[in-house]
Write a protein of this length. Structure first.
Length: 164
């Protein structure tokens, strides 16, 4: 649900990145992906499979494309849409760590995925540097490198209001 491609059995996909108008607003950028299915049963099945994968120790670490993902763990899902699933996941790029918080909501035959991310240098954090490296304020994510990324509820509510 992180890749901007249409997953198996979905009939269409659209994605955008949304950002707050002000840096003082809750959260950083959030990737929003919509996946359309032929029926509510198709979307329900895809979410059921995602939920199972998130809870499976077999999927706690895996490779997709050239990237290795680790730290997959369920999170408390918001009470939104017809049903929802939430999880965290991480990956490495050279010496940098990318952490994601993902919320996926089913609304009828549509899945809406929200992903907040944080891209940081763990050695810099250990040395007491609070801001992100490699791009400073231009790198998407929270304002502090060691903060866990969170999907803002305002973004979820606003985007789900457009789906219905």
């Amino acid at each position: 649900m992180l890749a901007p491609v249409t997953p198996p059995n979905a009939t269409a996909h659209a994605g955008r990145t949304v950002a707050p108008k002000s840096r003082r607003t809750e959260g950083g950028v959030t990737d929003v992906e919509l996946f359309a299915y032929d029926s509510a049963d198709g979307a329900r099945g895809a979410l059921r499979d995602l939920r199972s994968a998130v809870k499976s120790t077999k999927c706690a670490a895996f490779r997709a494309g050239g990237m290795r993902y680790t730290g997959v763990a369920p999170r408390s899902a918001p009470d939104k849409g017809d049903e929802a699933v939430a999880y965290r996941i991480g990956s490495r790029e050279e010496s940098y760590v990318r952490r994601y918080s993902v919320v996926v909501v089913r609304d009828g035959s549509t899945l809406v995925s929200f992903a907040a991310k944080n891209f940081y240098d763990p050695q810099g954090v250990a040395a007491g540097e609070e801001s992100r490296e490699a791009g400073g304020g231009d790198v998407p994510g929270s304002a502090r490198a060691d903060e866990e990324p969170m999907v803002p509820s305002t973004v979820v509510d606003a985007q789900l209001g457009k789906v219905g």
